[in-house]
Design a binder for this molecule. Structure first.
Ligand code: NAD
Length: 294
């Protein structure tokens, strides 16, 4: 297949490389030159701009930071909906507001496009290994069209419901993840303050009722897990500011629907304090080092 891929960052680059490995022709674009160079070095074709990456491709995938980037890419006079062939299937894998995903997909539909929201879970390790979970919202026919391609980048593909449903599930999941990482960090800090070896503590809790994904697969304490961002200076991975963005989406969504999420809002405040202290670009598990608040 001929595929356009826009946004070759921590997630997009390894995802696009897996499409190349599966034998597809991939035309990539990013605003950052180092990302384009890495893509070209691995055999990808680099487009000079987004419109060229989207021209005459069967499928266009976007993997951008936030809602405003996705709106900017697709909408408006210079947006891709105005310049791309409507036979192209549009797949947005970014994590954005469910409302914005619904609005962009509705405008795409009105312009004759099929579009799905397909945010992912599984982190940069999952993106590299091609084992991501895709949580998809949109029309069943479009989801089936996308399925073989998503299968080249992921292991689990869930059709959550209509347009925006993928983003709703993703926002709920990431709010839980953000809370879980804070709780895991607190338990580890308390054990360490008591003189416990964090590895021994982690091994025991991982086989007890406190077990969870952050503890078992993404341990926030340096040295416990060789491949976790915590053991690599919290570089790469899933940034504090991206987690903060997702908690903001959860808070905005909850306020609009009068849903009660006190822990989600507390988590938002704690990641905000951690980001303000200069850690926004570090992996979110660096919240293990959150300075004492109050
Ligand atoms: P990133 O910041 O590393 O990458 C985003 C890329 O998009 C950057 O390289 C940036 O230059 C590029 N970009 C921005 N605007 C652009 C435009 N108009 N045209 C072309 N390129 C543009 O972010 P990431 O970690 O790859 O995350 C991407 C999305 O995936 C986010 O919505 C994030 O919440 C979500 N996500 C990330 C992870 C993770 O572990 N990093 C996991 C699941 C979901």
């Amino acid at each position: 297949m001929k595929i356009g891929f826009i946004g070759l960052g921590n997630m997009g680059l390894p995802m696009a490389l897996n499409l190349l490995k599966a034998g597809h022709q991939v035309l990539g674009f990013d605003l950052v030159k180092t990302q384009l160079d890495a893509f070209a070095a691995a055999g990808g074709l680099v487009a000079p701009d987004a419109a060229t990456a989207a021209k005459d491709v069967e499928v266009l995938i976007s993997m951008l930071p936030a809602s405003k980037h996705v709106e900017g890419l697709y909408l408006g006079q210079t947006g891709l909906l105005a310049s791309t062939n409507s036979n192209t299937l549009l797949i947005d894998c970014s994590t954005i507001s469910p409302k914005v995903a619904q609005a962009v997909a509705a405008k795409a539909r009105a312009a004759g496009f099929a579009m799905i929201d397909a945010p992912v879970s599984g982190g940069t390790a999952g993106a590299q290994a091609g084992t991501l979970t895709f949580i998809v919202g949109g029309d069943a026919k479009a989801v089936e069209r996308a399925r073989p391609l998503l299968g080249a980048m992921g292991k689990n593909i869930f059709h959550a419901g209509a347009s925006g449903a993928g983003q709703t599930v993703k926002v709920c999941n990431n709010m839980l993840l953000g809370i879980q990482m804070l709780g895991t960090s607190e338990a580890l800090r308390l054990g360490i303050a008591n003189g416990m070896d964090p590895k021994v503590l982690s091994d025991i809790m991982a086989k007890s009722s406190g077990r969870n994904w952050a503890l078992e697969l993404y341990n926030p304490c340096p040295g416990v897990m060789e491949n976790a961002p915590a053991s690599k200076g919290y570089a790469g991975g899933f940034g504090v500011d991206l987690m903060l963005k997702d908690l903001g989406l959860a808070a905005e969504n909850a306020d609009a629907l009068d849903a009660n999420i006190p822990l989600g809002k507390l988590a938002q405040a704690l990641y905000a304090a951690h980001s303000k202290a200069g850690n926004g670009q570090l992996d979110f598990s660096s919240v293990f080092h959150l300075k004492k608040v109050n």
